[in-house]
Design a binder for this molecule. Structure first.
Ligand SMILES: [Fe+2]
Ligand SMILES: [Fe+2]
Length: 233
């Protein structure tokens, strides 16, 4: 069976990830390289393991998370569906089972708010993982532009984490912002993404809770679960 390790060792996927990151960097977007892909992969896998999904489904989420942005190598617009179409023949060539491929391509094709929504558990997990990657490290080194709201918001986020409480079925995304920006500005650019996360969490039978600077923003209950946005030791 194809694993994340095989995908990482595949020259075609490596090239697509490299080119996607390069295109986004040239266009002045926040970091979309290997760090972002790895974060989404790890976090999506951990969300599904916290909720006790089968091992193979977690692996598919890790793969989908790792390749979810390859469509940016073609164009930012519609990069979800484009990425799915790029991934399909490559995964076929690697000999992956067709149902597994469709699980991955439907997740990749539905991860952006303009054209998608949670269509299965892998899709739901990568949506939450992708939209929760907000942190000052995403602002390219030496590239901070105070005129750019995305830079201001990301730069202001000193700490962000995703936690899952499997008992009360709450997925919490919390951020700590300094005064470089504000929660108001965060909501300006993250509103549709956070609503998408609420719907993705609902698909997983959970509530999505957004907490900014200790304040619940979308009035959900309080959590006591463990972090899922880090590699386990
Ligand atoms: Fe994306
Ligand atoms: Fe992404």
């Amino acid at each position: 069976m194809i694993t994340l390790r095989d995908i990482k060792a595949n020259d075609n996927f490596c090239a697509l990830i490299k080119w996607a990151g390069k295109c986004m960097e040239t266009k002045g977007y926040t970091e979309h390289g290997i760090r972002h892909c790895s974060y989404v992969s790890t976090t999506a896998r951990n969300i599904l393991s916290s909720l006790d999904y089968p091992e193979r489904v977690r692996e598919l989420a890790a793969i989908a998370g790792y390749i979810h942005d390859i469509g940016n190598s073609v164009n930012r617009k519609n990069h979800g569906p484009t990425g799915a179409c790029l991934a399909f023949p490559l995964l076929m060539e690697m000999g992956m089972d067709i149902d597994e491929i469709c699980m991955i391509t439907s997740a990749v094709g539905n991860h952006e708010e303009e054209t998608g929504s949670a269509v299965n558990e892998v899709s739901a997990a990568i949506i939450i993982a992708d939209k929760s990657d907000a942190h000052r490290t995403r602002v390219g080194r030496g590239k901070y532009n105070p005129e750019d709201i995305h830079d201001r918001v990301n730069y202001a986020i000193r700490q962000s984490k995703v936690m899952v409480d499997s008992d009360s079925r709450i997925i919490q995304f919390s951020i700590e912002m300094d005064k470089t920006s504000s929660v108001m500005e965060f909501m300006q650019i993250y509103m549709t993404r956070m609503i998408m996360c609420e719907n993705a969490a609902k698909y997983l039978g959970c509530e999505f809770q957004l907490v900014a600077n200790g304040q619940p923003i979308n009035n959900q209950s309080v959590i006591s679960g463990g972090r899922v946005d880090e590699e386990s030791a």
